[in-house]
Ligand binder design. Structure first.
Ligand SMILES: *[C@@H]1O[C@H](CO)[C@@H](O)[C@H](O)[C@H]1NC(C)=O
Ligand SMILES: *[C@@H]1O[C@H](CO)[C@@H](O)[C@H](O)[C@H]1NC(C)=O
Ligand SMILES: *[C@@H]1O[C@H](CO)[C@@H](O)[C@H](O)[C@H]1NC(C)=O
Length: 978
């Protein structure tokens, strides 16, 4: 077929040549205008020929080599003359390897008859486009693309009113100002092609941008990608009657919407990738019979895709990824048979994928990852003969991987990870001859892992499944190109001789963690090295000593030996390697072992060092001061003594400092630098003392502060050294110390992180993700909170990221509970127990509608329990015992679930659940407020009864109506603090 058409065109070409040659070579050839001839020669002499080649040029030629004095310029390469006048009217020097600066007096500007000028793909060394370009008023085609022109486009370019095509793209140093833009758009009314990406057009305001609307109806192609355009893009451009192509790629701040009607009928390419276009994809788009490429990734489109959309039968490229589209993908998808590239990833599509792929004979890429798609995997996927990339990961697919004769002979990437796929790996997966990456991790696959025969395989990810049986030793024979191997978190068994991995010379990433029955033979005598292995994860592998093969890893950069039974001191050779061989090591996790003796010496570039839950002793040595790249330092649950090295406070990127539960003493370093990155500081369970340093409040990123169970003392105040102290704090635990003085009301005022949960940035999950090519490393690091229930302290680990708590218990705080606490509306836990707090329980606490756990026990609180507290619909734990509270216990909602122990030790309380019933006098309790309160809000108690608790029934209701200000008052008292 191909051969035939090639022959045909060759014959045609030959015939044409025969017909053409005599006429061109003899009579009609014009004689070059003398002046033009000389201008061209001067032009030639101002440039050198360079040799660096542009990949965009399919061929290069030294065109000007043929330009010689004394010959006719109409014969020269790249030159076209007018057949009658002999004037040069066309100059095509694209890909001509010209190099050098343009001269403002360049003789090129004297060629005023030029109609077509193409200087694309040369190197003019950031020369300006000189204003003289405006002298070439006959130009219809101007192409200066990818030629290293710089500075700004001269306003005289608007003189080129005959232009049909203007291409200035690929000149990264060019700018186009607003006035020039307006003049250009105003004067070039015949323009068909305008290509300006990535020229800096950021100074152009919305009003001037909208001039495009009045633009000539002749426009066929408009490309303004990466120009820094912003404001709203006039959607009526998409209605210009001849528009075939619009590209606005990469204008992050350019807003706009797709038109609901009046689309430009010939539109064939629409590229709005990485813009701020939003709204729905309208039905009317379905009328675009010629649309080939619809590229809308990384915009803000939302809503459903209507049935009309699937009329776009000519689509070859459809990319809707990274939007907020939802709804099901209908079987109408089968209309789009010409698709080559289909990317719907990172949306909210749900429902099954229709089983309609039998006819997609051209599909090259299919990506629906990161949606909520479910159901079985359609078996017609296996018919896609041209498919090279299939990504269905991060959905909710169930069932097994289909089995049948497979046509996927071109498949290079297969990603089904993070679904609920079960069953075994079908045979076809083992033998795809071009496969490079296979990711089946995080599913529910079972059975054994058989023999892979895809020699090309570089990445094999099978982690977090239920694979059983022996470790597939066949990988050592067949997969010699393997770079990444992750078999972690399965039920694999058998013995792996580590020396076998030396056969995989390209291996850089190996994770065999968490296979209960797998043992690793680490003591081979075979002489081998693994020159490329840099990431090694052997967590929960039953290791009892540091594997000696580690010394053979020349380039180790990441090491996870956590959760093993390593019961020894850090060997000297290990420290030696850290100091000399493994200098680029960035993550070490040795936590949850039984390591003893001194801490290891941190390599200089370490970013995450977790040594927690071991038996390390001694001080934190000054060698830690060299590890200035540290992001997370976790030394918790050891037996470390001595002081905290002061240098830790000055590390510029330290996020997590966890030294909890050791024997550290002394004070907190005083030199914590302002503006650093601390998110978590846990120093609880040590012998630290001194006052709470004021710099803590300057830590703008701090989310978790735990100083529990130390010997800190003094009052907690704000120094006002920070504008918004503790603004992101979510967990504030200073319990079990010797703090005294009033509760820190000014601090509470600033706990923005406990007030507004809508700000996502404040509540990003703790822990740190590290991207490692296609694999990310996630440090398992969870914030925890101690809750005291029924006399027992329970540590809640793996708490939700939105868990916000304040714990000031077991100190010597006195004074009253500040009203502002009621503003911390997302607070889930509040513990003020075991202090000397007096006064009443403020009404504002009724606003803490997220509160689940409240402990005020062992204080000197008096007055009544505010009925507003019955508003706390999530309250599960309440402890008000051992105070001087009085009157009737509110009833209703959660209050019906609390038992005696919530209230004991308050002899003047009565009512359910206490056995002491309230007398009639007691029932009118709400009116017995303290005098000051009473005088300010004469009828407050009534309102409380009605508006918040609805406890006191009819007679209070009647009283209430008399006040005639029911609603706002109820809101005042219960809805908001006062
Ligand atoms: C071309 O040659 C003529 C005569 O030899 C000479 O006068 C003229 O300066 C030359 N032009 C250029 C541009 O070198
Ligand atoms: C350009 O020509 C003008 C007048 O002919 C002259 O004054 C100027 O110096 C020239 N500039 C350059 C850079 O040659
Ligand atoms: C528009 O083009 C004409 C013809 O080239 C020219 O004379 C005029 O100055 C141009 N107007 C503007 C605003 O550039």
């Amino acid at each position: 077929m191909m051969m035939k058409s090639f022959l045909l065109s060759f014959i045609l070409f030959f015939l044409l040549l025969l017909l053409h040659t005599p006429s061109t070579s003899s009579s009609v050839l014009p004689v070059c205008n003398h002046q033009d001839n000389s201008n061209l020669l001067h032009f030639k002499n101002s440039f050198a020929i360079h040799t660096s080649l542009y990949w965009r040029c399919s061929s290069y030629s030294n065109k000007i080599a043929s330009w010689k004095n004394g010959t006719d310029c109409c014969d020269w390469d790249g030159v076209t003359c007018d057949t009658t006048s002999g004037h040069v009217i066309g100059l095509d020097l694209s890909c001509a390897m010209l190099e050098g600066e343009f001269d403002p007096n360049s003789t090129l500007f004297h060629l005023t008859h030029l109609q077509q000028l193409n200087l694309a793909f040369n190197n003019f060394s950031n020369s300006p486009i000189y204003p003289e370009i405006g002298d070439l008023e006959s130009l219809t085609h101007l192409n200066l693309s990818f030629s290293s022109f710089g500075t700004h486009i001269p306003s005289t370019i608007s003189h080129l009113s005959q232009l049909l095509s203007l291409d200035l793209s690929g000149n990264y140093e060019l700018t186009l100002d607003e006035l020039t833009w307006s003049k250009l758009i105003g004067n070039t009314t015949n323009l068909k092609v305008l290509v300006l990406d990535p020229i800096d057009m950021s100074s152009i305001r919305e009003t001037s941008l909208s001039m495009l609307v009045n633009f000539s109806s002749s426009l066929i192609s408009l490309s303004l990608s990466y120009t820094g355009l912003h404001g709203k893009f006039p959607s009526s451009i998409l209605g210009l009657p001849n528009l075939e192509e619009l590209s606005l790629f990469g204008n992050r701040e350019l807003k706009g919407e797709l038109p609901k009607s009046n689309w430009s009928t010939p539109l064939s390419i629409l590229d709005l990738s990485f813009t701020a276009f939003s709204g729905q994809i309208p039905d009317s788009i379905g009328h675009l019979k010629f649309l080939n490429q619809l590229l809308l990734p990384n915009c803000q489109f939302d809503g459903l895709i209507s049935g009309f959309f699937w009329n776009l039968t000519q689509l070859t490229h459809l990319d809707l990824s990274w939007n907020r589209l939802h709804g099901e993908i209908p079987s109408l998808l089968s209309n789009l048979k010409h698709l080559i590239h289909l990317d719907l990833s990172f949306n909210r599509f749900n429902g099954p994928i229709p089983d309609v792929f039998d006819n997609f004979t051209k599909l090259h890429l299919l990506d629906v990852s990161f949606n909520s798609l479910g159901g079985q995997l359609p078996s017609s996927l296996l018919d896609l003969t041209q498919l090279s990339h299939l990504d269905l990961s991060e959905n909710q697919f169930t069932g097994s991987i289909p089995r049948k004769n497979v046509s996927l002979s071109k498949l290079e990437t297969l990603a089904l990870n993070n679904n609920f796929i079960n069953g075994t790996i079908p045979d076809w997966c083992y033998s795809l001859s071009l496969l490079i990456e296979l990711d089946l991790s995080q599913n529910q696959l079972t059975g054994s892992i058989n023999k892979f025969s895809s020699f090309s395989l570089e990445s094999l990810f099978l982690s977090d499944n239920k694979f059983q049986g022996d470790f597939p030793n066949s990988i050592f024979e067949f997969l010699e190109n393997l770079k990444y191997l992750d078999m972690s978190s399965n039920d694999l068994s058998g013995l792996v001789n580590f020396s076998h991995f030396s056969k995989l010379e390209n291996l850089t990433y190996l994770d065999l963690s968490d296979n209960k029955f797998l043992s690793i033979d680490t003591n081979s005598d075979v002489d081998y090295i693994l020159p490329k292995l840099s990431r090694l994860h052997f967590s929960s592998c039953d290791l009892t000593a540091f594997p000696s093969f580690l010394t053979r890893l020349e380039n180790l950069g990441r090491l996870d030996l956590s959760n093993n039974k390593i019961h020894e001191k850090i060997p000297n050779w290990f420290n030696d390697n850290l100091l000399h061989k493994w200098k680029s090591m960035d993550i070490i996790d040795l936590s949850f072992n039984q390591l003893q003796g001194d801490l290891p010496i941190p390599p200089a570039r370490i970013e995450i060092l977790s040594l927690s839950n071991n038996n390390f002793t001694g001080h934190i040595p000054s060698t830690f001061c060299n590890a200035t790249f540290l992001n997370a330092l976790i030394l918790s649950h050891n037996h470390l003594s001595g002081m905290i090295p002061h240098c830790l406070g000055a590390f510029p990127s330290l996020n997590i400092l966890d030294l909890q539960v050791n024997n550290l003493h002394g004070s907190i370093p005083t030199n914590f630098s302002q503006g650093n990155q601390f998110q978590t500081i846990k120093l609880n369970g040590n012998q630290l003392e001194g006052q709470l340093p004021n710099w803590l409040e300057t830590l703008q990123e701090l989310k978790v502060l735990s100083l529990r169970a130390n010997k800190f003392y003094g009052t907690i105040t704000t120094s006002f050294s920070a504008k918004h102290p503790f603004q992101k704090l979510r967990i504030f635990d200073v319990s079990n110390n010797k703090f005294s003085g009033p509760l820190p009301a000014t601090l509470f005022e600033n706990f923005q992180g406990m007030k507004d949960l809508s700000d996502d940035s404040t509540h990003q999950p703790p822990g740190l993700s590290y991207l490692n090519n296609s694999r990310s490393y996630r440090l398992t690091y969870n914030d925890s909170v101690v809750v005291t229930m029924k006399g027992e302290s329970i540590e809640l680990v793996r708490i939700l990221t939105t868990f916000t708590t304040i714990d000031l218990s077991n100190n010597m705080f006195d004074g009253e509970i500040p009203h502002v606490i009621g503003e911390l509306s997302s607070l889930k836990g509040l513990n003020l127990s075991h202090n000397k707090i007096s006064g009443i329980i403020p009404q504002s606490l009724g606003n803490l509608t997220s509160l689940e756990w409240l402990d005020f026990s062992w204080n000197q609180l008096e007055g009544e329990i505010p009925v507003c507290l019955t508003n706390l619909n999530f309250l599960a734990v309440l402890n008000l015992s051992q105070n001087h509270l009085e009157g009737m216990i509110p009833t209703g909602k959660q209050f019906n679930t609390f038992q005696n122990d919530s209230y004991i030790g308050n002899p003047m309380l009565c009512g359910f659940p206490l056995s002491k019933s309230c007398s009639n006098n007691d029932e009118e309790a709400p009116s017995v407020y303290d005098q000051e309160e009473e005088s300010r809000f004469g009828w407050k108690a009534v309102a409380v009864g009605y508006g918040c608790g609805m406890v006191f029934g009819m007679f209070l209701g009647r009283l209430f109506i008399k006040t005639a200000k029911p609603l706002w008052l109820a809101r005042l008292l219960c809805g908001y603090s006062y």
